[in-house]
Write a protein that binds this ligand. Structure first.
Ligand SMILES: [Zn+2]
Length: 469
């Protein structure tokens, strides 16, 4: 690297939506933005996850935008492989990431054990990327920083974390740094929230940005309005109440679960639905909800929620919501009669307690499976969404007589219009890098932006490096 030059290079989420990691090289050292896990088919993902393309020990400072595994999931491997840099994030992100990484390590250890057992005859084995000890070592490097409080991760670099409105604790990273061409402002959005949200403050475009590194997940799509959510949920609840049925909601433990609880609570306050028992059956969702409670005054929450939480000491609690930690409590639900709502993970029905609830209830026509998040191709959630009448769970075939409904209104990502509006208002003077989007979504956004007169809109390829000047 030439002495006085500054570069940015892209080592993940370049033409795809997982594995976010971007490296900023300055004369004073290297700064890593996120270190996410690639998710996808096993062998392909394993390879990409193990191959860093830069020496982990060369990272002098790491910044984490938020606690989703596709942004933080490889931090343990980074630190296992020689990095010893301070890791900056908001306090809420640090707390949530600690839970997410421990869980990720356990899942990988279980996965590897299971894989190695069933492939023992072929002598095929896989190794987890890291274990719980490595996860602990990584989170020991956290240096929590509040929103809006400038700090200096490297000599000559001033960084500020700004609300990204995506999940609790999520932040955009604003970097003011010296380049060969002068002092420049580079803003990395991480994942960007919607303009219309249930819980979080709408993200505000940064001022005087020179370069914007922005996600493009929904660069070619629009979301259904969030306002539709409560009406649709009320309909489903009333039907289950009349049929005595169970509503099974596969849900991501972070943010989506808390949003659903809040919508139910709001319907309850409005007396729009009967008092249907709600069971939150996910130890991880419970731990995360506790963090939401603890941080309920956090500035990333919108004023409406903060105000509500000031008056209600337990914003995610009410008389007939039950949080189930133990396996026994979870299994006991099988013998309980409906109506009831069961919220459980995983969100795409790929593992976890949700599988047991589906296994026990899919063959009843009084059951409703309510899908509230994106269902990737090939997952059990997607098969149910596509209307398959027989599905396999734990190797056994089950008839699907349950009704499967999808609510498209929930999303924690900005849609096409939100992204365009954000970029237009940020008006970066020197260029835009589009990351974290499938090729079609990213190309469509690039085209729309260029047609609207934006200059230097780039879709960086994996490993591509650009000088910032
Ligand atoms: Zn995210």
């Amino acid at each position: 690297m030439a002495d006085n030059k500054t570069f940015i290079s892209f080592h993940g989420a370049a033409g795809e939506v997982t594995g976010s990691r971007h490296l900023v090289e300055t004369p004073a050292g290297s700064l890593l933005l996120d270190c996410g896990m690639f998710q996808g088919h096993r062998s392909d993902a394993q390879q990409k996850n193990r191959d860093f393309k830069f020496p982990p020990a060369s990272v002098d400072a790491a910044l984490l935008s938020h606690a989703h595994v596709d942004h933080c999931g490889l931090m343990p491997l980074l630190y296992k492989n020689g990095c010893d840099a301070p890791l900056y994030a908001t306090p809420a992100t640090a707390e949530i990431t600690t839970i997410m990484l421990a869980d990720s390590a356990r899942l990988q250890e279980n996965d590897a054990q299971f894989f190695n057992k069933i492939h023992a005859a072929e002598h095929l084995t896989i190794e987890p990327l890291y274990g719980e000890e490595d996860a602990n070592r990584a989170v020991d490097h956290f240096r929590p920083v509040e929103y809006g409080a400038p700090f200096s991760p490297l000599a000559g670099v001033e960084a500020t974390l700004l609300n990204a409105g995506h999940v609790l604790g999520s932040a955009m990273v604003q970097l003011d740094l010296e380049t060969a061409g002068g002092r420049r402002r580079v803003v990395y959005t991480g994942d960007l929230g919607r303009e219309e949200t249930l819980l979080l403050e709408t993200p505000q475009p940064p001022k005087n940005a020179d370069y914007l590194v922005i996600e493009s997940t929904y660069g070619n799509r629009l979301h259904e309005p969030l306002m539709d959510a409560s009406g649709k949920l009320a309909e489903v609840i009333k039907r289950a109440w009349n049929d005595g049925g169970k509503i099974i909601i596969p849900s991501f433990a972070l943010e989506r679960t808390q949003e659903i609880i809040l919508v139910i609570d709001k319907l309850r306050h409005e007396r729009a639905v009967p008092e249907i028992p709600v069971y939150v059956d996910s130890p991880m969702a419970i731990s995360l909800t506790e963090i939401f409670n603890k941080h309920r005054g956090n500035l990333c929450f919108d004023a409406k929620f903060r105000d509500y939480a000031r008056h209600d000491g337990d914003p995610f609690g009410f008389d007939y919501i039950h949080y189930l930690r133990s396996k026994d409590e979870s299994q006991a639900l099988n013998n309980k009669k409906g109506p009831m709502i069961i919220i459980s993970a995983s969100g795409m029905c790929e593992g976890g307690r949700i599988l047991h609830h589906l296994r026990n209830n899919l063959d009843k026509d009084t059951t409703t499976v309510l899908l509230v998040g994106y269902q990737a191709q090939g997952t059990l959630g997607r098969k149910l969404q596509d209307g398959e009448k027989k599905v396999k769970i734990f190797g056994m075939e089950h008839d699907v007589l349950a009704r499967v409904d999808t609510m498209h209104s929930f999303s924690s990502h900005a849609d096409k219009n939100d992204l365009l509006d954000f970029i237009k208002r940020a008006a970066p003077a020197r260029g835009v890098f589009l990351v974290h989007g499938d090729p079609e979504a990213r190309a469509a956004l690039q085209q729309t932006l260029t047609a609207a007169g934006a200059k230097n809109v780039r879709c960086p390829a994996m490993g591509e490096r650009f000088e910032l000047n």
